[in-house]
Design a binder for this molecule. Structure first.
Ligand code: PAF
Length: 284
């Protein structure tokens, strides 16, 4: 496994791979790898000849006052895990390498970024779309893998790749959860033992709302169910609960699936997000 620090090194390492006609799978991450990331690496390993992991804590996607400084950084452990998963290349640049002074271009995806996390994290999706466009241009993968836990991010990246004609398939992969339902996240490390015990209430609330939608409930009913369930949970401060159509992220008052029900909540100082997707019954 080769660790690449600069754009030139990454291009130099990947050019012969491309010339040899080998397929490249890329898993962009901010490090602090957990089983969720490893599931993406395994999928890339299964589907591609060469696997590139990127590790970059992207400063431009943290809104002012967010947890950039305390975001976990564990590169040494990450490299051990990556080697174990059969990763071929790790691209782990510095912020100066990714953002040399004087850059004037950013990527902003309209509409899809307006609801859900968008209003609560000003500039976040512009930071994500810009860095992912850059990483995909550097790694030039055939396929790039992202978790469904960040569902809005996944849709934003899909749309960005489509709108910019990037020659890459964006592959969404299922959320990996603890046995009690808590979605894996690098930020779970910030939870105190008591908060950790309380945390699965978020997923339970979303699942109950999903059952309502599967039974013909509306978006408004699903959102109210999440709000009511979390209001009864000590320690939770709900930021939003929204039910949208999965493809467009538009609000639609027609009852029933398909729907994604997503929520963000603070538990103490830690922001948790999660979602549940209710598919349309193919038989109905
Ligand atoms: O999901 C993440 O870890 C990040 O938002 C991403 C996609 C690697 C961009 O920095």
């Amino acid at each position: 496994m080769q660790v690449l620090r600069t754009v030139d090194e990454a291009r130099g390492a990947l050019a012969p791979v491309r010339r040899a006609g080998r397929s490249v799978g890329c898993v962009p991450t901010m490090g602090a790898l957990h089983e969720g990331h490893l599931s993406l690496l395994r999928r890339a390993r299964e589907e591609c000849d060469v696997v590139v992991l990127t590790i970059f804590v992207n400063p431009t996607q943290f809104a002012p006052g967010e947890d950039l400084a305390r975001y976990p950084r564990r590169e040494r452990d990450d490299l051990v895990l990556a080697a174990r998963e059969g990763v071929d290349f790790v691209f782990a640049p510095t912020a100066e390498e990714m953002y040399p002074a004087g850059a004037l271009t950013t990527v902003r995806v309209a509409e899809l970024t307006e609801g859900l996390c968008g209003p609560h994290r000003p500039g976040h999706f512009e930071g994500v779309a810009t860095v992912v466009a850059k990483l995909l241009n550097i790694a030039t993968p055939d396929r790039a893998y992202f978790g469904e836990k960040d569902y809005q991010q996944l849709q934003v990246i899909r749309r960005m790749a489509w709108d910019l004609n990037l020659p890459v398939a964006i592959v969404g992969c299922p959320t990996v959860r603890e046995a009690d339902g808590l979605a894996l996240s690098s930020r779970n490390a910030f939870l105190s033992p008591e908060e950790r015990r309380a945390a699965p209430a978020l997923h339970r609330a979303l699942r109950r709302a999903a059952e309502m939608v599967a039974g013909g409930g509306t978006a408004a009913e699903a959102e109210a169910a999440v709000r009511t369930a979390l209001a009864a949970e000590p320690g939770f401060q709900l930021q939003y609960a929204e039910a949208r159509r999965p493809e467009t992220l538009r609000r639609d008052d027609t009852p029933g699936p398909p729907m994604v029900i997503a929520a963000a909540a603070y538990l103490g100082g830690t922001r948790l997000i999660d979602n549940v997707i209710v598919e349309k019954d193919p038989s109905g």
